[in-house]
Design a protein around this ligand. Structure first.
Ligand code: ZN
Ligand code: ZN
Length: 238
């Protein structure tokens, strides 16, 4: 559970805008995401380090794109596995203060897709962007978590959230008990999920299969993941 010993927290994320789609990737963004998925993965990993991975929109866009084009979440999970492993080590380091943890977890640059995006090309339509935003496969993957995701959500981002305080809220001043071990446990869940896609076919439980989104949400906050989970989840429940 979170310990909000420091009240200097970030403002609560806004509720989803009425009528606004949870995923709104523009054609130029979809093309950049596709180039990232198809390109040299180490090159992209290096490019993602200064910003601690993608921004929330592009993380979910990348995941939806990978699912639509390859029907898997392997690259998404591998990238975030690197970042959560590094964050767990930072948070668990002996003698490191909260100030030091926050310093290390602070991004030094904007998301690489945001940085590369030429705003002039953002308008228009494309089949790929439409496919990403329709997110048929992403919704299929989220179906299993519709009723249980709050167990893993940041309690400051999500009402009734019981998971790890997200990085934006940690950077905003909130402390999370046992942050290092909690992130290490998340990393283990993600590792098992990755293992299920490899030759060893590691067995997974629902939390393992949700860990890719939990990791994205830990790095970028729960606003976008929550929108995805609620946008069609409510309709499904009725
Ligand atoms: Zn971005
Ligand atoms: Zn949060």
């Amino acid at each position: 559970m979170a310990t909000a010993t420091d009240t200097r927290v970030l403002p609560q994320p806004a509720q989803p805008a009425a009528g606004g789609a949870a995923l709104d990737i523009a054609p130029a963004e979809a093309e950049l995401l596709r180039a990232g998925l198809a390109g040299d993965w180490i090159e992209l990993l290096i490019a993602l380090w200064p910003s601690w991975a993608f921004c929330p929109r592009h993380a979910l866009g990348f995941a939806s794109l990978e699912l639509e084009l390859q029907d898997r979440l392997f690259s998404t999970s591998i990238y975030y596995q690197h970042f959560v492993e590094a964050a767990a080590e930072i948070a668990a380091a002996r003698f490191r203060t909260w100030r030091g943890i926050r310093y290390c977890l602070t991004p030094r640059a904007g998301c690489v897709i945001c940085e590369r995006l030429d705003a002039g090309k953002a308008a228009g339509l494309s089949v790929l962007a439409e496919q990403v935003n329709r997110r048929r496969r992403l919704d299929e993957r989220l179906e299993e978590a519709r009723t249980s995701w709050r167990e893993r959500a940041c309690p400051l981002c999500v009402q009734d959230g019981e998971g790890i305080v997200c990085r934006p809220h940690v950077l905003g001043g909130t402390k999370q008990d046992e942050l290092g071990p909690q992130l290490a446990a998340l990393q283990q869940r993600l590792r098992r999920f990755i293992g299920s896609m490899c030759a060893q076919k590691t067995e997974t439980d629902p939390l393992d299969r949700f860990s890719w989104l939990e990791t994205i949400a830990w790095f970028g906050g729960w606003e976008h993941p929550q929108r995805l989970l609620l946008e069609r989840g409510d309709a499904d429940e009725h």
